[in-house]
Design a protein around this ligand. Structure first.
Ligand SMILES: *Cc1c(COP(=O)(O)O)cnc(C)c1O
Length: 431
């Protein structure tokens, strides 16, 4: 597969390079030169297959011959080795697709685990050690740490803002040890991200370690996420499939990008709805045509507290290439009060325990869906990950999941540093 840099179209790379580099020159995103389109018949054959074998085929076709087909197949099989997506009926025409049955209880497991398998496969050829360095506001850290845990020749270093992630989020990755190093920073997520960016431009670090950021702009993560949009059509009854609207809770807009890519490949999704919390740069942009990010606000759907969504240029590129009208994209943003109210409604009216991110998507879906349409909102995280918030709103106690109660007593192995570059550099060079 060939990809080009959205900021400098002369820069062209293949898939392996795009995975290794992450970003291109001028921090530009890579985008596929050609988007494969499947015929109706091909789609039907694919939909008859099971999740893992279908995903193996989709990703093999997407990536092409530069990685051996059996390597891609093995990578998909090892990556998607947990119980896959589930669809739950909520109202007469609304469903939730739960993407949180992986090891770290968020959809990010799909992308992070596939990326880890592909990188390790590419790295085996070169037999050098690489360091994955990334900053997290909660879910990415856990997904990345688990995905690369105990992999040979790969070290993982994750920074997070001290005191700003939930206890369960922290236990999921700061207790692993082995090849995973975690660092709590006395500062904000933005400060963590600044330290990480600086490391990528430091000559001494560059010389002594091979860095990769594994963040959500990596194409391998996006491609893996395409697979669960196909699964929707495998799981839903045929009669609901022609009028399907999908609502996505957006932060960095990776999930929406993957959904649009699946549609561009021929999946008959009628419409997408993008839903944000009060960090509503994109909804305001679609209203006014002016890109004007405000300062990031903290909300209870904290994985979406992003005011400069990195993947947005990719969304626009898909619309441009497919000659789709961006006006077909429905959108909305949701206040904290409404988010809480609908977590409560989902429980009292439909006996469904949700969490803030899914509630944001449900809220906009309910408002925008027509009576003759069927709607799916993505359940991006397990409610237990936001235990305190959900318990307080619903006034109930959530049953702890077994794999969670097992880790709660484990020791936090994190280093703690001030937001100073030298403190990070010392740890990186020692590792
Ligand atoms: C990361 C995340 C999101 C946002 O997804 P993007 O692909 O960045 O738009 C939404 N919900 C949860 C629970 C997340 O972890």
């Amino acid at each position: 597969m060939k990809l080009y840099n959205l900021k400098d179209k002369k820069e062209k790379v293949n898939f392996s390079q795009a995975v290794k580099f992450g970003l291109g020159k001028k921090q530009g995103l890579f985008f596929p030169k050609k988007l494969p389109v499947f015929s109706k018949k091909k789609i039907q054959t694919l939909l008859n297959k099971k999740f893992v074998s279908r995903s193996q085929e989709i990703l093999s076709i997407l990536i092409g011959s530069e990685i051996k087909k059996n390597k891609i197949k093995d990578s998909v099989k090892s990556a998607f080795n947990f119980s896959g997506p589930k669809i739950v009926n909520i109202t007469n025409n609304i469903y939730c697709m739960e993407l949180f049955h992986g090891p770290t209880l968020a959809f990010k497991d799909y992308g992070a685990k596939f990326m880890a398998q592909i990188l390790s496969c590419l790295n085996k050829k070169e037999n050098q050690s690489i360091t994955i360095l990334t900053a997290t506001s909660g879910d990415t850290g856990a997904a990345v740490a688990h995905a690369f845990y105990k992999m040979k020749n790969i070290k993982v270093v994750i920074l997070y803002p001290k005191g700003k992630i939930s206890d369960i989020q922290k236990k999921l990755f700061c207790t692993l040890g082995n090849n995973v190093t975690t660092i709590s920073v006395n500062g904000s997520f933005d400060e963590c991200q600044k330290l990480v960016k600086k490391a990528f431009y430091d000559n001494e670090i560059k010389e002594k370690t091979r860095l990769n950021s594994a963040n959500s702009i990596n194409v391998s993560r996006l491609f893996a996420q395409i697979c669960y949009f196909f699964e929707i059509f495998h799981l839903l009854p045929q009669n609901l499939q022609n009028n399907l609207v999908i609502s996505i809770p957006c932060g960095n807009f990776g999930n929406l990008t993957a959904g649009l890519l699946s549609k561009s490949m021929g999946l008959p999704i009628k419409k997408f709805i993008l839903a944000t919390n009060s960090n509503n740069t994109v909804p305001r942009y679609l209203d006014t045509g002016i890109w004007n990010p405000y300062k990031t606000i903290s909300t209870i759907s904290n994985a979406m507290d992003i005011s400069r969504p990195n993947n947005w240029p990719r969304v626009e590129e898909i619309f441009r290439k497919k000659k789709w009208n961006i006006k077909e994209l429905k959108y909305g943003y949701v206040s904290e009060k409404k988010t809480q109210k609908n977590i409560k409604n989902l429980y009292t009216k439909y006996k469904y325990i949700s969490e803030p991110h899914a509630s944001v998507a449900y809220t906009v879906l309910k408002k925008k869906i027509n009576p003759d349409e069927y709607g799916i909102f993505l359940g991006t995280a397990h409610p237990i990950k936001f235990k305190d918030t959900v318990e307080k709103i619903l006034n109930i106690k959530l049953k702890p999941k077994k794999n969670i109660s097992d880790i709660l007593h484990l020791k936090d192995l994190s280093y703690n540093i001030e937001p100073k570059f030298n403190a990070l550099k010392k740890i990186l060079l020692k590792k």
